[in-house]
Design a binder for this molecule. Structure first.
Ligand code: IFM
Length: 436
């Protein structure tokens, strides 16, 4: 029997690589006025796609920049659509599975000004974009409707540090409801148009822990945060409701029409966060990254905690759909640190698979250095370094290491298939991760 190949990929988002003059973020962060087209990927995409071949990935996750496709209300830019279709065609010619994200944080300016997510018309406007683009694009099997909707809500509706820059829990809930409606509609629309499509969201899950295990307030806070941030959307997919769970009470918070509207589940995992109750902080919450495991912190100041990936995958397994790690990566300029991070997280993924979890793919964030939200161009997530003055791309050692992992794992999968066909079911020895 032919096993479906495990997806070894890299992930990017359009805006972070190419910017867009019509996107809300283009005026949100000053750094972008100096570097509006960031890595110039919009013109250098053919060269960048060749890097995928060097890595040997069999999948590539990328996104559409909605504000290029609908730069003004009522306008539709066919050239931009053709551009993204060309990327899909190139990937298919290269034998690389495209995974396409419809919404990755950015919006056309006209949308965020007139129809932000808490407005009912956001559903109509986003729905119109989805209907038309989904009908137009060909050659995609894996779809992601929304990247990290909870990060969007946290940044855009609670902290106010991302567009639309609102600080209101009540509006955040309304926005969440509308985004869920949009996911459900997009899910149906994609299935109507594309037989065999697989649709998900990419959900950011973090390992959330109390600052002090002995402090009951910290523990309660971490528990509530874990439910809201990590788990409530899973209840939405499983039961169509999100609940607020206090120690002795459960109440329905929101009914959402997403029950069963999921073919696989995309998990973005990066770090662990410790939290404590502090009445002097916004919403009474203070967050900190401790280097507890001794793996260090990333250039974003995030704790490196591979063990958390297993925890979130175990929890996500409740959904009973295949799991794909749609993002995992580290911002660092130090190659050996990137390699260690990758090795430790891939180890966890393989342990999870051996223990019976249905994990079908792993995508490294990111292919090349790019713009990091609110952090600028210094957070080096790329397997290829970008010199932002000359725009030259340079391979890191982590890219060579990832290529080695991919090659060895693909060979193991082929060997398993051959053994299976020849009736010679052997136990394939785990390849140790020595450097290439
Ligand atoms: O760069 C982001 C990406 O857009 C979404 N997930 C987390 C990444 C690193 O912060």
């Amino acid at each position: 029997m032919q096993e479906e190949p495990f997806l070894w990929g890299v992930a990017t988002s359009a805006f972070q690589l190419e910017g867009s003059p019509h996107a809300d973020w283009s005026t949100w962060d000053d750094i972008l006025s100096e570097k509006p087209d960031v890595t110039s990927h919009y013109s250098l995409y053919r060269e960048d796609l060749k890097l995928l071949r060097q890595l040997g990935v069999n999948a590539y996750r990328f996104s559409l920049e909605w504000s290029r496709i609908q730069p003004h209300e009522g306008e539709w830019d066919e050239e931009a659509v053709a551009h993204y279709q060309e990327i899909i065609d190139i990937l298919n010619e290269m034998g690389i599975e495209p995974m396409l994200t419809l919404h990755h944080f950015t919006h056309p300016l006209w949308f965020i000004k007139k129809y932000p997510w808490h407005e009912p018309d956001s559903i109509v406007k986003f729905g119109g974009y989805v209907e038309r683009i989904v009908a137009r694009l060909k050659g995609v099997r894996y779809w992601i409707t929304f990247n990290e909707p909870y990060v969007l809500l946290l940044g855009g509706y609670l902290e106010g540090c991302m567009p639309p820059g609102i600080q209101s829990p009540a509006l955040a809930l309304r926005a969440l409801e509308n985004i869920c409606i949009c996911h459900a509609q997009a899910y149906d629309c994609i299935h109507r148009r594309h037989a065999g499509a697989r649709v998900s969201i990419a959900h950011n899950m973090a390992a959330l822990a109390p600052w002090s295990r002995w402090n009951p307030m910290d523990r309660l806070l971490a528990r509530l945060a874990k439910y809201f941030y990590n788990h409530s959307i899973l209840d939405g997919f499983l039961e169509g409701v999100m609940r607020i769970k206090f120690p002795f009470r459960k109440e329905i918070l929101l009914s959402v029409p997403i029950k069963g509207k999921l073919d696989y589940f995309g998990v973005n995992y990066y770090t662990r966060v410790h939290m404590r109750f502090n009445p002097f902080k916004r919403m009474g919450i203070e967050l900190r990254h401790h280097d507890i495991d001794g793996h260090g912190l990333t250039d974003m100041g995030w704790e490196i905690h591979p063990g958390g990936l297993e925890k979130v995958l175990r929890y996500a397994s409740r959904l009973k759909v295949p799991l794909i790690i749609t993002e995992n990566g580290i911002a660092t300029r130090r190659d050996h640190k990137k390699i260690q991070f990758m090795r430790r997280h891939v180890d966890v993924v393989e342990r999870c698979i051996q223990s019976g979890m249905d994990v079908r793919g792993y995508f490294w964030w990111s292919l090349i250095d790019n713009y990091e939200w609110l952090a600028g161009l210094d957070s080096r997530f790329g397997l290829y370094k970008v010199d932002f003055d000359t725009l030259k791309r340079k391979q890191t050692q982590a890219a060579a290491y990832y290529a080695y992992i991919i090659r060895s794992r693909m060979n193991m999968q082929k060997k398993r298939e051959v053994d299976h066909v020849s009736g010679n079911a052997q136990v394939v020895q785990e390849v140790t991760h020595s450097a290439p």
